[in-house]
Design a protein around this ligand. Sequence first.
Ligand code: COA
Length: 164
Amino acid sequence: MNITAIYPGTFDPITYGHLDIITRATKIFDSIIIAISNNLRKKPLFNLKERIELTRIATIHIKNIKKILGFDDLLVNIAKKEKTKILIRGVRTIFDFDYEIKLAEINKQIYPDLDSIFLISSKEVSFISSSFVKEIAKYKGNIKSYLPKEVHFALLKKLNIYQK
Ligand code: COA
């Protein structure tokens, strides 16, 4: 059986935290769809097209990524459309759990065939969040170790920051 799982998020921008989950998920499932939510509620710094492109560049070395798509819809509708019944989410700390359980529950209410699978973030990256990275960058802190090189460069450019 060929199993495709969907990994959704805002990816504003993609970090080593997301990449940790993606890399591990591709070892468990036959293929992965990365679904990038427009999520205007979060007021993203990068527009959807930019987030898709940065994610594409950051994951170019990973073989079994089936596709990277952008969406402005309910996630369950995308999962149905893509014919996947497995949703992957990364959990960093106990604080993520409350939100993730609610999200998994609401998704299951709407699409009962959909199961959420949680991967615990590797401890080296479990403190990373896109917001922290953007905030550190804004005040010219060093964010090199949290992001792939191209994403790091794109973030500095977006914030009009010059860094050595
Ligand atoms: N390691 C480190 N950081 C991680 C991580 C990991 N493994 N996984 C997530 N993060 C960080 C992200 O950087 C992000 O940080 P930020 O909040 O500072 O930006 C945060 O954890 C959570 O982000 P993400 O995983 O991108 O999820 P999200 O909560 O932004 O997105 C959606 C959630 C897109 C899946 C959800 O909103 C959704 O499904 N939206 C579509 C509409 C819908 O169907 N809603 C549900 C029914 S109402």
